[in-house]
Design a protein around this ligand. Structure first.
Ligand SMILES: *Cc1c(COP(=O)(O)O)cnc(C)c1O
Length: 402
């Protein structure tokens, strides 16, 4: 099947006509259990009644006015984010990469506003993913995303995670900020230790640097707190958010303290679509559900249940699963077999999971997932493991016959 779409995605030949909670109805007539949630985006699953209502009601009123005018729904969403985080101010974007662009520009402008424009460099970490714009591929530092796109945007220095000496050596008179994901998502659900994050905070404080957390994947309840930094005892100065905050509607945000944001005065940054009334209505509806009493405690409990069940699977299938890692409903299975083969085997059991670096299959179910659906997913993963083991056994037998 040929397609007029730019072939930058290696798409699975599968599409869906309807979604309900954690389930997707494929056009192939099959029902899939969705443990990918559109890459951690559908935080409340598919067709959540509260989100459908908020979007359709807003659609009947006003879609877009531009940021030339006040947008009350946006002021309300920003206030709720401020009330529930370290931040004092919020900039809304359409995507994660744009939220990070705002964060990067803000960190540079902070020093420029303080009379030190030479401080523009940002230290980032190996295995990072910050988006696909020119600046964010430079921040992410992955050769596979940079190759062929001309000179890398200047001003990013990368060091290994947990390597304090390398980090100290990378900080110089031009350094403006440190930027990190508390748990690397695309990199393979790799958790950064609280001790290392504390070192980052201390270095920022002693060198006058800003600490940027990219919580685009870890945020909005994914780990069982509204934001993952709440687990760490470390507070950033700037934080990027996207994915779950729109529940499937394109929405990102850059949150910051008033101190960090001081350079971002009228006219210094902008967006046409960012924070439009449709996006703001949905963002507020997402927060209605996630901030309801008990919701995040349930995410935490379900995350522990899932992790426990996955650990049991790993013990039963050591030839397939090497490691279970992650927090809350952000889980990774590092597989012994190629992760692509594992993901295909899960799909054959009508379970959708997604790949990540370090040969990991990511499990990112919607936060509204039920215990019975967690059990169902574990059973399907077990069936996938058994199918892969049967393949291994028959391959070994063919080897022995030859
Ligand atoms: C997905 C992601 C991004 C990029 O978000 P887009 O909306 O695709 O631009 C950036 N950082 C992290 C940690 C992400 O998971």
């Amino acid at each position: 099947m040929t397609s007029p779409l730019l072939p930058v995605f290696a798409r699975t030949d599968l599409s869906f006509e309807k979604g309900e909670g954690a389930w997707l109805h494929g056009r192939d007539g099959e029902r899939y259990l969705d443990f990918g949630a559109g890459i951690a985006v559908n935080a409340l699953g598919h067709a959540h009644p509260h989100l459908v209502k908020a979007l359709t009601e807003q659609a009947g009123k006003v879609w877009h006015t531009s940021n030339l005018f006040r947008i009350p729904e946006g002021e309300r969403l920003a206030q709720r984010l401020v009330d529930n985080t370290f931040a004092d101010v919020v900039f809304f974007s359409n995507s994660g990469a744009e939220a990070n662009e705002a964060a990067i520009k803000m960190a540079r402008k902070y020093h420029a506003a303080k009379g030190q424009p030479e401080r523009f460099r940002i230290v980032t970490f190996e295995g990072a993913f910050h988006g696909r714009t020119l600046a964010t591929i430079a921040a992410g530092g992955q050769a596979k995303y940079l190759e062929g796109f001309g000179p890398k945007v200047e001003g990013f220095d990368q060091v290994p995670v947990e390597d304090l000496n390398a980090l100290k050596a990378a900080i110089g008179p031009e350094t403006a900020a440190l930027m990190i994901e508390p748990i690397q998502g695309e990199g393979g659900i790799r958790t950064v230790s609280n001790a290392f994050l504390r070192e980052l905070r201390a270095l920022c404080d002693s060198h006058g640097l800003l600490l940027i957390f990219d919580e685009i994947q870890t945020g909005v309840g994914r780990t069982g707190k509204l934001f993952a930094y709440e687990w760490t005892g470390v507070t950033p100065d700037i934080m990027s958010v996207a994915k779950g905050i729109g529940g499937g509607f394109p929405l990102g945000a850059c949150l910051a303290t008033a101190e960090a944001a001081q350079g971002m005065t009228a006219g210094t940054h902008g967006t046409t679509f960012g924070g439009n009334p449709l996006a703001m209505a949905v963002g507020n509806a997402v927060l209605d559900v996630i901030l309801a009493p008990g919701f995040l405690k349930e995410v935490e409990r379900k995350g522990l249940l899932l992790k426990q069940r996955l650990a049991e699977l790993k013990d039963r299938h050591p030839g397939i699963i090497a490691e279970v890692r992650g927090q809350g409903l952000m889980m990774g299975l590092r597989t012994v077999v190629p992760n692509t083969g594992f993901i295909a085997a899960a799909r054959a059991q009508k379970l959708l999971v997604i790949g990540a670096g370090d040969n990991v299959a990511r499990l990112l179910p919607p936060l509204i997932i039920g215990d019975a659906e967690i059990s169902e997913a574990v059973n399907r993963i077990e069936a996938a493991c058994e199918a892969l083991e049967a393949e291994q056994a028959s391959a070994a037998q063919r080897g022995a016959v030859q």
